[in-house]
Structures are given as C-alpha cells and as structure tokens.
Design a protein around this ligand. Structure first.
Ligand code: PLP
Length: 466
C-alpha cells in the first residue's frame, strides 16, 4: 500500500472520531492534510501543534482576585495565627467546618501539608515498631516516608489496571503484624474501593486513605474523603485545589480526632481561648508542629468553592480525549471504576509493549503534545519519579535517618523483612513499563483537546501498535 493510502485512511478515521469537536479542527485538517499528516514531526514533518500545552497545576490556574482579597483580609488584621492574635479571623475554623461538610465527616483538621497529614494520622492510629502498613507500589514518596518515620515497616501491594491497589494481592500480603492499610487514590481516581474496604474490615485493619491526588473525586456518589477511618488531602500546587501548601485530615471518631489534634500541634489539647491544656491525661502525647495558618485557610476556602468547577473542566476534557481515541486499536486506558467520580487530572495510556510506549510518546512529544520546559507531562511512566516504588532509592536501600538503622533494624520489626527493588511487584512493573501519563490541565481548550486527539491518531497511523 502506498503511503498516501495510509494517510487517507487515517484521515477518514480521524474525521469520524472528531465529530464532537469544534468545526475549526475539521477545517484545519481539510485545508492542509498532507503537510500535517504525511510525515511524523519526529521524521521532519509538520507538527500537529507548535505551542506547548498548558502547565498542569489544576487549582493554580484558577487563582484570581478572590484569593488575593481573602489573603489580604487576614493580613490587614495582622492575625495570621489561628488560635489567637490581635483580632481573630477564624478562617481555619470556617475552612474545617466547610471541609467536614464537603466530605460528609464529623471532624476536619487543617494542617501544614499532605505529608504532615499522613505522619499525624499514623501517629494518631498508634502506628509504630512491630507493625506493618500495607501500601500500593504506585504512590507518592510521602505515603511511604510517613510509614518509615513512624518506625513501622511498609509492605508493598501490587496494582492492577486501575493503577490502584489490587485487592487480591492486598489480601495475600496481610500478616498478623498488619495494622493499617494506607490506600492511595492515585492520579485522580480510586480503584476497587468496595473490595478493599471489605477486606480491610474483615481483617480488622484500619484504613488511612491518601486522597492527595483525588480531591473533588467521588465514588458511587459519595465524596472520596468519606471513605476510610481517616482520609487526608494536600493543597500543594500540583493538587486539584491549592493554597501553595497545606493539608486536611478528616474522620468521624471523636477520640481519634482528639489524638490527631494533639499530634498536629504540641501534643496536647487546647482550651476555648486557644491556650494549651496540658491537664487532660488522655492527650498528653507528642506533637509535630504542623498547624495551618489563617492565610492558607483563607486561600483554601476560596479554592474549595472553585473545586467543583476545576474538577468538571478536567473530567470533561479527559473523557472527550478518551472518546476521541477509543477507536485506536492497540492502546488501552487505565480502568476507571466510576468515571463520573474521576477528578480527571491525568490520562494514563497503556501500550502493547515498553518499546512501542517509548516510541509513541517520543513521537507525540514531537507533534507538540508536551508541556512547557518546566512542566512534566506526557512521559513514559518509568520516568514518573518518586511515584514508582523502585525509583525511591531510600526505600530500595532501606535507608535510616539514625545510626542504628531504624526502623529496618528495630528488634520488633525483625520478622518483617521485605524487598523494595524493581521486580517486587510484577504486575505493576509490567504496567509501568508500557504506560504513559499525560496531565489534563484544568484550562484545556477544545483546540488543545483536538490537537491531542489528532496527534494520537497521526502517530498511530505511522507506528504499528502490535
Ligand atoms: C502530594 C501528595 C502527598 C503530599 O502532599 P504535600 O502537601 O506535598 O506534602 C501525599 N500523597 C500523595 C499521593 C500526593 O500526591
């Protein structure tokens, strides 16, 4: 078959799948089909687009005068501390109340980061030496560092095509030392949550849900933060809503909340005037000094109002792209159990082999499907840094902060000897080796979406997907 034939075929296919997109994309393609589609940009052809895609940072794009005014209000009253000052602003109290309501929880506590939220939660759950915490191998480094710093041993659980914990492997990895499952809802959406919740309760474990990457998501109609004994969130710049930094912990149990409170602060309760109360013997603990500032809370409150809009933008764009690519044989997407509840910040594409994945992504990037230089998007997942267990050298090498090699060498942990090097999780290794991850910025236009769909089709017409 001549090269021209191949192009016409791919153009027709493209036309079919682009019916839902703006007219101008169609006319652009009709106007200049040969130049754009005959030759891959990788081989010196004309790229599908010339300007980079927008940067990721979902909440960041939505910062405007509302956040500026809210933060200025706090500063004008010279009261950035939540418990007392010249004139109380109560931003953190208000933020927590609104957050608890949004997650359908009894309690919410603002903290300084998602990483702090994880450490505080594990401390509140009483996690320490002699315990194992189950965690999926696809995570962010904070999830596993919190376990190690608590003195417990992380046990890696394999993932499946949901890119979240595989329930069967979870069940298999439970031992008599297991105390908590640290479930991470990766890349915007949860995995097989029903089965994992069932296994957790059947085995008498506690669940700490790391929702840092899935704020605004839901599962079967319930907000993502409503699942687990404790759920945590992050407001760092990469997350769906942001205050630059910050985190939130939610739960329903009063006792647990009081422990969380003491651990996040100075180890003790506070009275109504915001002064430390060291008399309550139940809450004479050790604190981590991770309180939320009024500035963070003021900005967080504005972003929480915008969160549904931010998530709607990403979800809509992501599923337009998935639909536009659904007729390309040979590529698959991550399994999403409840697409309506997907917060949408990432598209994960699964290729038939690692080799094809590398070639395909390289060609796509040449077609202009890439962020500006400072961004990280549309990369093979092997390059997804500290999200991948075997890329964490501190974990692979079982590094300790102290000279005694804790927690790995702790006598109470002597029966918990695990491996963390590549090869430990076979299904995850395979999936990561042949998948790519593309950020779905919260400000993608139909033109951007059309370019992404076009580029995938163009590359698929040139690189065999078998
Ligand atoms: C970002 C993130 C965290 C940590 O949040 P910070 O606010 O950056 O400390 C924890 N877990 C996951 C899954 C994350 O993506």
């Amino acid at each position: 078959m001549s090269k021209g034939g191949l192009i016409v075929y791919s153009r027709e296919r493209l036309m079919c799948c682009l019916y839902f997109l703006e007219d101008y994309i169609m006319s652009a393609m009709r106007a200049n089909p040969n130049e754009k589609f005959e030759k891959l940009a990788l081989d010196g052809g004309e790229p599908v687009r010339h300007k980079p895609l927008p940067l990721e940072f979902p909440g960041g794009h939505f910062i405007d005068h509302e956040e500026i005014d809210a933060v200025c209000c706090v500063l004008k009253r010279k009261s950035p501390f939540r418990y007392y000052g010249f004139e109380r602003t109560d931003e953190t109290d208000l933020f927590e109340n609104q957050y608890a309501e949004y997650c359908r929880r009894k309690y919410a506590l603002g903290v300084s980061s998602g990483t702090a939220a994880l450490s505080i939660s594990l401390a509140a759950l009483g996690v320490g030496p002699g315990q194992e915490v189950l965690v999926p191998g696809y995570f962010w480094v904070s999830s596993v560092s919190a376990i190690v710093r608590a003195g417990a041993i992380p046990v890696l659980v394999d993932i499946d095509e949901t890119f979240c914990m595989n329930p069967k492997d979870f069940e298999k990895k439970i031992t008599r030392k297991s105390s908590v499952v640290l479930l991470v809802h990766m890349s915007g959406a949860p995995g097989r949550l029903d089965e994992i919740c069932r296994i957790t309760s059947e085995n008498g474990l506690k669940m700490l849900a790391d929702c840092a990457q899935a704020n605004g998501a839901s599962f079967k109609g319930k907000p993502i933060g409503s699942y687990g004994d404790i759920a945590i969130f992050s407001f760092q710049l990469n997350k769906n809503m942001t205050a630059g930094e910050g985190g939130m912990i939610v739960c329903d149990d009063k006792q647990l909340y009081n422990r969380i409170f003491a651990c996040h602060d100075m180890g003790y309760a506070r009275d109504a005037a915001g002064r430390l109360d060291t008399n309550d013997q139940q809450y004479q603990l050790w604190g981590q000094g991770c309180r939320m500032t009024e500035i963070t809370a003021a900005m967080g409150r504005v972003q929480l109002r915008k969160l549904p809009k931010i998530v709607h933008k990403m979800n809509t764009a992501k599923y337009k792209i998935r639909k536009g690519l659904s007729d390309i044989e040979g590529i698959k997407f991550r399994t999403i159990i409840d697409p309506e509840g997907d917060s949408g910040p990432f598209l994960i594409t699964i290729f038939p082999s690692s080799d094809i994945c590398q070639k395909f992504v390289k060609a796509l990037r040449c077609e202009g499907i890439a962020p500006p230089k400072v961004g990280l998007s549309n990369v093979p997942m092997t390059q997804w840094g500290l999200h991948i267990y075997y890329n964490n050298s501190s974990l692979v090498n079982k590094t300790s902060i102290s000279d005694d090699g804790s927690p790995w060498s702790h006598p109470a942990n002597k029966d918990s000897n695990y491996n963390y090097a590549k090869g430990t999780l076979t299904s995850m290794d395979d999936l990561i080796s042949r998948s790519s991850i593309l950020s779905i910025p919260s400000v993608l236009t139909d033109e951007d979406i059309g370019d992404i769909v076009c580029a995938y089709h163009k590359v698929a017409a040139h690189i065999p997907l078998k």
